[in-house]
Design a protein around this ligand. Structure first.
Ligand SMILES: Nc1ncnc2c1ncn2[C@@H]1O[C@H](COP(=O)(O)OP(=O)(O)OP(=O)(O)O)[C@@H](O)[C@H]1O
Length: 278
């Protein structure tokens, strides 16, 4: 299976939420978070989904991961077959197409990792970092030495050697985000989905984490989908930009092209809103 072949395909993806009535005798309404989105992410590619707050970016990411069920449309992953008896055999590179809204999600958990803006809320304060980072290995029944795999990924993310024995509250925001990244990558997924991975961090820490993410992407051959409202981080991590507004994709293209010649006024406004050096 070569770089450039499709890994994720979303088509006609729509998500509506029911909105409870605010007044007595009022009927419940609906709000459309994502509407008719078609998106293909190729193997090895890095795509940034950008747009203002409320444009549907996080909802789209949740739909891609099967964490939320689409009202209509579909998400397909084109994956390697799992048959260990055929490992190394050219036929083991057959593809299969699966819809995470209907299937058992375990196979997707094996292939995908996820990081969120606020990692602290996803950590159990009573669990050591070692146990926290090992979670995907346990959840997917990964074989091999979990402790060694955890130590290796923590070291790769430049965390101190005793990190595994310590607890979440003992770390800074930037370190916690690196711990979250370690947890997302410990089982060597081929796809990483990141929701505002650096927005909560200060500029220096943010720069270092973006650099690490770019290095890991190359080293592990990762396919990356990042959601961000901050266009400033995009050139460091993404080859392609998908611009969302009010649940729809309004523009997409190579990162350089979007920055140099944005077609939509909305995109120009997002770029113009970036802080500039005097
Ligand atoms: N669980 C929910 N119930 C009802 N409405 C929701 C729910 N989740 C999201 N929405 C609505 O869907 C729309 C899109 O939200 P979403 O969080 O996907 O946007 P976003 O672009 O990720 O915004 P932000 O950058 O602020 O996180 C918003 O109008 C939001 O209020």
């Amino acid at each position: 299976m070569t770089a450039g072949s499709p890994l994720v395909e979303a088509s006609g993806l729509t998500k509506r939420y029911r909105v409870p009535p605010t007044r007595l005798f009022q009927r419940a309404g609906t709000t459309t978070a994502v509407e008719g989105v078609d998106l293909t992410v190729s193997r090895g590619e890095s795509v940034a989904i950008v747009g203002e707050s409320g444009s549907g970016k996080s909802t789209l990411l949740r739909l891609l991961l099967g964490l939320s069920r689409a009202t209509s449309g579909s998400v397909h992953y084109i994956v390697r077959t799992d048959d260990p008896a055929r490992a190394g055999d050219p036929a083991s590179t057959e593809t299969r197409t699966v819809d995470p809204a209907r299937d058992d999600l375990l196979w997707l958990r094996r292939r995908a990792g996820m990081v969120f803006q606020d990692p602290y809320s996803t950590f159990d304060p009573r669990r050591t970092i070692g146990l926290t980072v090992a979670e995907p290995l346990v959840a997917t029944g990964a074989e091999g030495d979990h402790r060694a795999a955890v130590a290796e990924i923590l070291a790769r993310l430049e965390l101190p050697a005793d990190t595994a024995d310590r607890y979440p509250h003992e770390f800074s925001g930037g370190q916690r985000q690196r711990i979250a990244l370690a947890r997302a990558l410990v089982h060597r997924p081929e796809l990483l989905l990141a929701d505002e991975p650096v927005s909560a961090l200060d500029v220096l820490v943010r720069g270092r984490l973006l650099g690490l993410l770019a290095e890991l992407r190359r080293e592990l051959g990762l396919t990356l989908v990042t959601v961000t409202h901050d266009l400033g981080v995009v050139p460091r991590i993404a080859d392609r930009i998908v611009v969302m507004r009010a649940g729809r994709v309004v523009e997409s293209g190579p990162t350089a092209q979007i920055f140099e010649a944005p077609r939509e006024r909305y995109t120009r406004e997002l770029i113009a809103a970036l802080p500039r050096l005097p």
